[in-house]
Write a protein that binds this ligand. Structure first.
Ligand code: FAD
Ligand code: NAD
Length: 478
């Protein structure tokens, strides 16, 4: 047996490293076990989010957005650039540099907080012991008062499109293409399909998304999803709903994909194919049978509402437990668990976790959707406002989309906020803060919003809830 700790965290993604830092801030002696290593054998910190998820995808989304702006919109401002060219290698170097800066930052923060990084694959044994297999094959066992499992998730594979990371790739492969594919196929029109499909579409690829479901983004508010679908179509993303992929084959460097819609069968030929059909919890060989940890029916580690597993002193957080697979959800669970380990009560409001798709325009939502409230039989009122009537959006040439606020018909309390439009994520976050404080639509109506800002859309949508919007013709009158 080697060193004993107060807390051992398995996994250094946004759930694990945040939990470790907060535990250390609360005076605990902490170790983080991480299995990921770079080509020099050094530990890679930051998990999916920093290395192959949120951050690199957003770097490419920003590069490709700037390219499209230069190509199609700068001339509207009188700026002539000729025919802009994309240097994919430079774009990738920039992305890698940002990832390096942030993962180095996490290493620095762990060091500053005197957290030990133990390199290797961790496995929970009985009685809060953790066996770590180092990259050289050697094994050591550590023990702690509390163990936090934060091993994250992996892309789901489908047998009809086996990933080879050359022609058929998952999200990780789609972040490192060395050239813009002429024709790009995407299986799954969810968050990753839309974000990475947008990246390569903006750079010139013809993008076809094959989505099994008949409805588009069913977990988002239906009105906002419909508006988003219209805008993506305008941008050239070819989204085919109700498309069941039945097989694929790589022939002479091209991917032939067979799929069915209803009774019809189709074949498409692509240069590259991205498989983005969801992710699954990474639980393989993470805990011994006698560890006391159990699984739920969806293949996640079973936890209660405060992230405690069925084994005393063992917690699990982030993508490997129920709820949305989002970095901010995992991080806040990490803080919640650290506070509990220190004996503090610190619940997390799972009803107010924002969902964001970082396309352009962004799509964001928090709280209840209109379809959820209808299903629950709740009486509500809705205010929507288009960005086409927001001066700042027009000035920026970025006025597609709308914002929508839903309030309780009887109490006026805000129940949901949904948006497709410029800076949708930040606008919805404003409403999330209001919702957390139990605000009514009237509270927002009576606030002063700076002019000219995109935030004025929040104000106008809140006014529209009661038919009082100023800068559009209201349907309802007061
Ligand atoms: P992870 O980040 O997956 O980290 C788990 C870590 O545990 C890894 O480093 C892994 O190596 C390590 N590990 C696993 N098993 C062991 C073991 N046995 N021993 C030691 N170490 C182990 N979310 C957002 O909120 N916003 C976004 O914009 C966003 N964009 C995304 C884009 C893409 C392309 C992808 C793929 C995901 C994106 N996500 C986004 C999701 C986000 O990345 C995840 O929700 C988040 O990373 C989950 O954090 P985690 O700490 O639970 O797990
Ligand atoms: P997703 O669940 O968002 O989308 C998967 C899509 O694939 C769904 O629309 C589903 O109906 C479809 N699908 C499933 N099987 C299919 C099949 N056989 N054929 C065709 N379509 C099929 O999952 P994702 O896009 O892979 O992303 C994985 C996770 O990563 C998500 O949970 C998401 O929360 C997270 N993520 C978040 C962000 C963000 O917050 N901006 C970005 C990327 C990823």
């Amino acid at each position: 047996m080697t060193a004993a700790y107060d807390v051992i965290v398995i996994g250094s993604g946004p759930a694990g490293y945040v939990c470790a830092i907060r535990c250390a801030q609360l005076g605990k002696k902490v170790a983080v076990v991480e299995q990921w290593a770079d080509d020099k054998g050094k530990p890679v910190l930051g998990g999916t989010c920093l290395n192959v998820g949120c951050i690199p995808s957003k770097a490419l989304l920003d590069s490709s957005h700037k390219f499209l702006e230069a190509k199609e919109h700068f001339s509207d401002h009188g700026i002539g650039l000729g025919d802009p060219q994309i240097n994919v290698a430079t774009m990738m170097q920039r992305k890698d540099q940002i990832v390096g800066q942030l993962t180095g930052g996490v290493a620095g923060l762990l060091k500053h907080n005197q957290i030990d990084v133990v390199q290797g694959r961790g496995k929970l044994l009985a009685n809060r012991k953790v066996e770590v297999q180092a990259p050289d094959g050697s094994e050591a066992v550590y023990e702690a008062e509390n163990i936090v499992l934060a091993a994250g998730s992996l892309p789901i594979d489908i047998p009809v499109a086996p990933v080879d990371q050359v022609h058929i790739v998952d999200s990780t492969g789609a972040l490192v293409f060395d050239a813009v594919p002429e024709r790009l196929g995407v299986i799954g029109a969810g968050v990753i399909g839309l974000e990475l499909g947008s990246v390569w579409g903006r750079l010139g690829a013809e993008v076809v998304l094959l989505e099994a479901m008949d409805s588009f983004l069913p977990s988002m508010d239906a009105q906002i999803a419909k508006e988003g679908q219209k805008l993506f179509k305008k941008q050239g993303l070819d989204i085919r709903l109700g498309a069941r992929v039945t097989g694929s084959e790589v022939v002479d460097g091209k991917v032939h994909v067979n799929y069915a819609t209803g009774d019809e069968t189709h074949t498409e030929i692509f240069d590259r194919l991205i498989v983005s059909v969801g992710r699954r919890a990474q639980t393989g060989e993470l805990f011994a049978e006698d560890s006391g940890v159990t699984m739920d029916e969806r293949g996640c580690v079973f936890v209660n509402d405060v992230c405690s597993t069925e084994a005393p002193g063992v917690w699990a957080i982030g993508d490997m437990v129920r709820g949305p697979m989002l970095a901010h959800k995992g991080s806040e669970e990490g803080v919640m668990v650290a506070e509990q380990i220190a004996g503090h009560h610190h619940p997390l409001n799972y009803d107010l976790i924002p969902s964001i798709i970082y396309t352009h325009p962004e799509i964001a939502g928090v709280g209840k959707t209109e379809q959820e409230l209808k299903a629950e039989g709740v009486k509500f009122k809705v205010g929507t406002f288009p960005f086409a009537a927001i001066g700042r959006a027009l000035a920026a040439g970025d006025s597609d989309g709308m914002i929508k606020i839903i309030a309780d018909e009887n109490t006026d309390q805000l129940l949901g906020a949904h948006c497709v439009g410029p800076s949708a994520a930040d606008l919805v976050q404003q409403l999330l803060i209001a919702m957390e404080f139990g605000s009514s639509a009237e509270d927002i109506q009576m606030m002063v919003f700076g002019h000219p800002t995109l935030s004025e859309a929040v104000h106008e949508a809140a006014l529209a809830v009661d038919g009082k919007a100023i800068h559009m013709a209201n349907r309802k009158k007061r």
